[in-house]
Design a protein around this ligand. Structure first.
Ligand SMILES: C[C@H](O)[C@H](O)[C@H]1CNC2=NC(N)=NC(=O)C2=N1
Length: 97
């Protein structure tokens, strides 16, 4: 069962993600990052690869795309906040670029 990140675990899990450009979302227990690519095809290729992992892990991003930018918000709806799955998917997305 997925659990909301505790005060003790969220620091070590989230700090490396803040270093790669993820940030906390105001008013919501979630993280967000905007990925920028050379063009729409590269942005959509990233979304396609990320979508395959999201489906495999049954953990889905809230995201939007404008031409060469993809803005991703990660949170765990089942626990109404951040869980280890969000950190896992964020790390995977960072690894896809
Ligand atoms: C029923 C289904 O397993 C759940 O709704 C899954 C699907 N994808 C999900 N994605 C995210 N980000 N959070 C969830 O809590 C979640 N739950």
């Amino acid at each position: 069962m997925t659990e909301k990140l505790s005060e003790e675990t969220r620091g070590p899990l989230l700090k490396p993600l803040f270093d790669t450009g993820w940030e906390l979302v105001e008013g919501r227990d979630a993280i967000r990052k905007t990925f920028k690519f050379g063009d729409f095809v590269e942005a959509f290729a990233f979304m396609t690869k990320a979508a395959i992992w999201a489906e495999k892990w049954n953990h889905h991003p809230e995201w939007s795309n404008i031409y060469n930018k993809v803005t991703v918000l990660l949170t765990t709806h089942d626990v109404e906040g951040l869980s280890a799955l969000d950190a896992k998917l964020a790390r995977k997305m960072d690894g896809l670029i």
